[in-house]
Design a protein. Structure first.
Length: 247
């Protein structure tokens, strides 16, 4: 009976660590304290600077949301709003990769500006620059391109009006990009690193989100801790060792 209990405990632990651990998420839903109307002023969202265009709105339409019933949308260009003060340090275990992601609706606007989302580290400063952890540019002028963390990549098969998951898996220890995800496709990071700017109080973890430039629909931002395959292997070996000791 003890062996069975131990095996079940190890199995449950392995399953728990095999799944990404959510450290932060926003779905812009009413249950999270978001109401329809201007995004700025809700749950810590603010204008980046006095000159910023802040016309980003929370909308309620389950047919237009990536999930749930609410999402955000901006129509004009020149938008610049941000959310500061995200703290994932309590749940983050040093040495593990992070997956930062957002959902965006493909919106190929001829002659328009791309809608951009940047997960950043602002630290203790409150300036208009930051350390770029990951950046997604969602709508390029009439094409299926996406600008991800300093690299312009072309993704085939994007359908206008359809939501896609955009994600970047990063290694905070080395400040490198490991993988890039667009929809069901994944790409190697090819040694890309974070854009590095010396910001007081800023480490290697994202602590804010910035939305800027053009028009588009966005939903479901998240930051997750990704388990390492090597750790799962060590967990399995440890389990076998303990079971053998019980014999």
């Amino acid at each position: 009976m003890k062996k069975l209990f131990l095996l079940l405990t190890i199995a449950c632990t392995a399953v728990a660590f095999a799944e990404s651990q959510s450290l932060f998420s926003i779905g812009f839903e009413e249950s999270e304290g978001y109401t329809t109307g201007t995004l700025v002023g809700q749950n810590g969202w603010k204008e980046l600077a006095w000159w910023a265009n802040t016309e980003v709105f929370v909308e309620n339409d389950e047919n237009a949301a990536a999930s749930g019933s609410q999402y955000i949308e901006s129509n004009p260009s020149g938008v610049n709003v941000q959310l500061n003060g995200i703290d994932i340090s309590e749940g983050y275990v040093s040495g593990y990769p992070l997956l930062v992601r957002a959902y965006a609706q493909a919106n190929f606007v001829e002659g328009g500006e791309p809608m951009s989302v940047r997960f950043h580290c602002l630290g203790t400063s409150d300036k208009s620059y930051d350390v770029e952890i990951a950046e997604f540019n969602f709508n390029q002028n009439g094409s299926g391109n996406a600008y991800v963390t300093g690299k312009n990549m072309t993704f085939d098969g994007l359908v206008e009006g359809q939501y896609y998951e955009f994600g970047v898996q990063i290694d905070p220890a080395t400040k490198t990009v490991e993988k890039i995800f667009v929809g069901e496709n994944s790409y190697e990071g090819e040694g890309m690193t974070y854009k590095s700017i010396d910001v007081e109080g800023c480490g290697s973890l994202p602590d804010g989100i910035r939305i800027y430039n053009g028009s588009g629909k966005l939903d479901d931002f998240s930051i997750e801790m990704v388990p390492e395959p090597a750790f799962l292997g060590l967990l399995a070996i440890a389990g076998l060792f303990f079971v053998r000791k019980q014999r």
